[in-house]
Design a protein around this ligand. Structure first.
Ligand SMILES: [Zn+2]
Ligand SMILES: [Zn+2]
Length: 367
């Protein structure tokens, strides 16, 4: 397709490739819109769909209750601890003041103060009892907080085991959904890919090739962007197996194509020179010559060496002499560059009897 040497034709071809790309982009846009408008085939899954709802609800309520009980017990405990420390410092202060008073009294030895000793001793006892009561209150709150926390842990454990079972079911279901989504997408993209393959094999060189290539690009995009990311993974097995299969398929096609090309080439090289010349298109021959390869066998030849008139690899004639003016010229040129006589005409002149008058140059035949 890129063998043409005419300048305008080259640009036309580039423009047509652009047409192919634009056509593909519109097809991709249309496909995306259609897929977007399709009703959503799957509802999103949540863990709760797989739980025993009433039981889970009850456990969650219970857990909430137990947690708030633990919190309440904690704040009550903080209060009780504060009260206890107040009572302790109160007791300490009273005991110190009483001890001081007793020390004073043992110095003065005033017996009329005995009832006060008794009263103050009683007050101190009462204070100590109050402190003990605060201590008990603290212990009770500690117990309550511990109970609530342990109950919450127990409930949490039950809930966790329920959720673990549900999560296993959820994962299983998600794998099934993944597979289903993949199959939907496969059903959409596989026919496209099959049609694209058929077009590639049969129609890629036809008149409407820009549309064919546009469709092929679209199908490839659909396959690699809309399908491949949705391949179920199964720990990577599917991806790698599909990758191996696709590579094997493409590789087989390439190997067969190479063998067919070599086969064709061998047959062509076995043909007589004139036959081979007819098989070669003018533009292809010129493009190969421009790359310094033999137009017949595509092997490199030294075209600048004036002694080389034939390909040393396949024997095809590369240079000959004009039948009219005997100038050395490319054997693939349609006209002599020195006198302008057509190559076919010149051959006729060369084989004509010597007595024949030279034929005047003929106007170029449109190729
Ligand atoms: Zn050759
Ligand atoms: Zn000539």
């Amino acid at each position: 397709m890129s063998k043409s040497l005419r300048l305008s034709e080259k640009w036309f071809r580039r423009g047509l490739w652009l047409v192919a790309l634009v056509f593909a982009s519109f097809l991709i846009g249309l496909g995306g819109t259609i897929v977007g408008d399709l009703p959503k085939v799957e509802t999103p899954l949540a863990l709760d769909n797989f739980l025993n709802q009433p039981a889970a609800q009850r456990l969650r309520e219970q857990l909430r209750g137990e947690r708030s009980a633990a919190e309440a017990a904690d704040s009550a405990l903080a209060q009780a601890q504060l009260q206890r420390s107040k009572a302790r410092s109160e007791t300490r202060a009273q005991r110190e003041s009483f001890n001081n008073w007793l020390a004073t009294r043992s110095v003065t030895q005033r017996s009329e103060q005995d009832p006060e000793v008794i009263a103050r001793t009683r007050a101190l006892d009462a204070q100590q009892r109050a402190e003990q009561a605060q201590q008990r209150a603290v212990e009770a709150q500690q117990q309550a907080a511990l109970d609530a926390r342990q109950a919450a842990a127990q409930t949490q454990k039950q809930l966790d085991s329920m959720e673990t079972a549900a999560r296993a079911k959820l994962n299983e279901e998600m794998r099934r959904v993944e597979m289903r989504v993949f199959l939907y997408r496969l059903a959409l993209t596989l026919p496209l890919l099959v049609v694209a393959g058929w077009l590639f094999v049969k129609k890629r060189k036809g008149t409407y090739w820009p549309f064919v290539w546009g469709f092929i690009f679209f199908a490839l995009f659909a396959f690699f962007v809309e399908l491949v990311p949705y391949l179920p993974s199964y720990g990577g097995y599917v991806r790698y197996v599909v990758g191996i299969a696709v590579t094997a398929l493409v590789g087989r096609y390439a190997i067969l194509a190479l063998n067919r090309y070599l086969e064709r080439q061998k047959l062509a090289e076995a043909l007589p020179d004139q036959e081979r010349r007819k098989e070669l298109s003018y533009d292809v021959a010129l493009a190969r010559l421009a790359k310094s390869v033999c137009p017949g066998c595509e092997r490199p030849v030294d075209l600048k060496n004036e002694k080389i008139d034939f390909c040393p690899h396949c024997g095809i004639g590369l240079f000959d002499r004009c039948g009219a003016c005997n100038t050395r010229k490319s054997a693939f040129a349609k006209f002599c560059h020195a006198c302008g006589v057509g190559a076919g005409r010149a051959a006729a002149v060369a084989t004509a009897p010597a007595a024949a008058v030279p034929v005047p140059p003929v106007p170029p035949i449109p190729s």
